[in-house]
Unconditional design. Structure first.
Length: 294
């Protein structure tokens, strides 16, 4: 579990290290958390990360779900807010803007991440057991790992960023403006597309948010396509010539049943996230009612 590198040191100092709060916190206020949640299931994880990204066959879903890089050790309030899609974790652009970011491997070593609060009502809320520390203090703050060699895998954080933004848009219709304020919408969308197939992402956002167009997804990818378009013209023309010269065959084309199954899997994945988001809202409403009654 990433973040566990501070456990032994933390026990000596009376707490465990939270990479988001960037401090040792009492063990009762820190817990482990899956980035891509368990309720997505092995089939869902395989469909998103194994087949689409070339990680391996469908049966590898379990490996991805239980991957140690699919976890973080966080303050309980931060973990609950992440799981409720009220905040997310995104790559930090600070070093990139200065031109200091070095090469990174697939594990995300060398990558910097930061907290991105999507629910603005969280900003003034304090983290239990951490004195005056509020979520607003965490917003835009980089995660701090005790061991620089250990990081969660980028594909999982990128994917959950997409999901959290789509849920935010579904709930409030304000995700686009929140992303615009961040100034990094296009960069993050393009980064997501590196790990999950473009059409898959577009459909998932649509199924969760109903309308993904407002989120800048198509604009970001459209800009990328325009920049790369000129380079592809010649290659596509040659490919068409080759296709015309070959015998007509449909052996490599996906059958209608396969496409329908993939689409249904995406709808099922989206439904699981929507249900979890609704459950989180019910819990928040119940807690708010209890606080007002007290």
């Amino acid at each position: 579990m990433y973040g566990r590198e501070g456990v032994d040191e933390g026990l000596e100092k009376g707490g465990w290290w939270c990479v988001a709060a960037r401090r040792f916190t009492s063990g009762g206020y820190v817990r482990s958390m899956h980035i891509v949640p368990m309720y997505l299931g092995e089939e869902g994880v395989a469909g998103m990360f194994c087949q689409a990204t070339g990680m391996g066959p469908k049966g590898k879903g379990r490996d991805a779900l239980y991957d140690v890089r699919n976890g973080l050790l966080l303050h309980v309030d931060v973990a609950e807010a992440f799981e409720a899609f009220r905040l997310t974790i995104v790559p930090s652009s600070s070093k990139d803007e200065k031109g200091e970011k070095g090469e990174k491997d697939e594990k995300g070593q060398g990558e910097e991440y930061e907290i991105f609060v999507l629910d603005e009502t969280l900003m003034r809320q304090r983290l239990i057991g951490n004195g005056p520390l509020r979520f607003g203090d965490l917003h835009g703050q980089a995660l701090e790992f005790r061991d620089v060699k250990e990081r969660p895998e980028r594909r999982y954080l990128y994917f959950m960023f997409v999901v959290a933004v789509a849920v935010c848009e579904r709930r409030t219709g304000r995700a686009a403006s929140i992303l615009a304020k961040s100034g990094k919408s296009a960069k993050i969308w393009n980064g997501c597309e590196s790990y999950v197939e473009r059409g898959t992402l577009r459909k998932l956002v649509e199924y969760i948010a109903h309308d993904g167009g407002r989120l800048g997804f198509d604009e970001a990818l459209g800009q990328q396509e325009e920049e790369e378009g000129a380079k592809k013209v010649g290659a596509e023309a040659e490919a068409r010539k080759l296709d015309d010269a070959l015998p007509n065959t449909t052996g490599n084309e996906p059958c209608a049943g396969e496409s329908a199954a993939q689409d249904q899997l995406l709808r099922d994945i989206a439904a699981r996230f929507v249900i979890r988001a609704a459950q989180a809202e019910e819990v928040d409403s119940d807690e708010a009612f209890t606080s007002e009654s007290d």
